[in-house]
Design a protein around this ligand. Sequence first.
Ligand SMILES: Cc1cc2nc3c(=O)[nH]c(=O)nc-3n(C[C@H](O)[C@H](O)[C@H](O)COP(=O)(O)OP(=O)(O)OC[C@H]3O[C@@H](n4cnc5c(N)ncnc54)[C@H](O)[C@@H]3O)c2cc1C
Length: 458
Amino acid sequence: MDAGALDDLRSIVGPENLIVDEEELRHYARDASPMTGQVPTAAVRPSSIEEVQGIVRWANRTGTPLYVRSCGTSLWGAVPVRKDSVVVDMRRMNRVVAVDEGSLSVRVEPGITFFELERELASRGLSVMVEPENWHGCVGGNFSSHGSGWGTGPNMANQAEAVLGLKVVLPDGSLLTTGSMASPWSGRQFYRYSLANDLTGLFAGSEGTLGIIVELALRVEEAPGGVGLAVYTFDDLGDAADALYRIRRVRIPTIYAYLAAGWTLDILYPEKAPWSHRLRVIVAAPTEDQVRMEMGRLDAIAGARGKYQGPAEAERLVKEKDAWVREFAYKAGMRAALMVHVPLGSLGDYLRKFESLAAHVREVYGLRMGVGGFLTDRSFVSVIAIYFDPRDSDSRSRAIAAWNDVKVRALESGAVPYRIGGIWADQMPRMGEYYDFLRRLKSTLDPMGIMSPGILGL
Ligand SMILES: Cc1cc2nc3c(=O)[nH]c(=O)nc-3n(C[C@H](O)[C@H](O)[C@H](O)COP(=O)(O)OP(=O)(O)OC[C@H]3O[C@@H](n4cnc5c(N)ncnc54)[C@H](O)[C@@H]3O)c2cc1C
């Protein structure tokens, strides 16, 4: 890239927000996965919609690929695929634009973290609907990649369902507003589906391939008046899976229902092995009385074949939340996380398949593999963790080979990817007409191919 082009970019965001230092740029070739992408030529840190538009128009003039990043904590290889690219780092766009209590919505910029947003909403007694276990992930990247986690359960499958509307800078630099604010007279985000097609949904899971999201309107709700916590252990994984299915079927209002296989806990905490399978549940309701009633219904199901672990263990669920997230990811080495949705009603069968896959990974690649995951409406997000030593290049290469092997086996067993990024890109052409349609859509909206080329296999 010539110096004149870089000068033009610098003039859009200011000299302090154009990064060209090689060491700093290496950081942009990585996310929280074992995958390493191409080191970009530069990274820019815009602070306004106009600056984002300027960057996209500049990319069209110079034919430069752009890769968007909010917090950069993806686990699925959302890293630059093409050389000579520029990363658009959205972290400076981290403001709460407006809390609209009347519409029970909040408009935010994409670079805000869930931690920052919840802190802001707490003073009004409000809370967002869905957030990742990693509260330090950003809202923009979460919506753009079908995020789910806390809040998902009988009423909500993922972040896409929790969003009312967007502002998106399209690949030609123009600005699209979706949701009720698309009407020039509305001025508020209170309804998503009124103006013909659901264009908000078009951008959910699009991982930066169709434009740069510069504002999101999230649904908020009154923070629950009560929560109930419980941990149950099971000797049989099939029984634990069946309990989870029945909890969903009778619509117990869980905001967190997490199942960890005992053989995964054996890897993480060998000093206390052997572990039973553990189901950890948080129920939320508007009042304490309702919570007590729901906890009774929960116990009738989970307590039938599982063993309640008592109130102290339940309290630890929230207190040690951050520790669990960190330990599952990093305690036994770094984790190559492969995440797939499986149908809740067949969870027991899938968990048995994953157990034999773990044996396969141990025999062929010499690595340990664990499984945990959580309820999202009718499916279970299975987080398959392949542990490796990040300082050892041989261990990393084996983890990447195992990751690719397991992903194909999981896909062909009927599981579907959670999010795509780089890791699933080579499987997308196997989706036939669905993939062909995505390609046609992409080339229509982005004829220059500047938005995240290679991501989603596009
Ligand atoms: C230990 C750990 C636990 C985690 N637990 C969960 C969990 O429970 N649930 C969950 O959902 N995730 C989880 N994550 C993954 C991740 O932290 C979250 O999903 C996070 O919200 C992603 O946001 P991000 O901004 O970091 O994404 P990024 O990595 O910045 O981006 C993700 C994708 O979205 C695209 N993108 C980002 N911003 C924009 C934008 N403004 N416009 C268009 N495209 C954009 C990127 O190009 C990329 O393809 C976890 C991660 C870790 C490390």
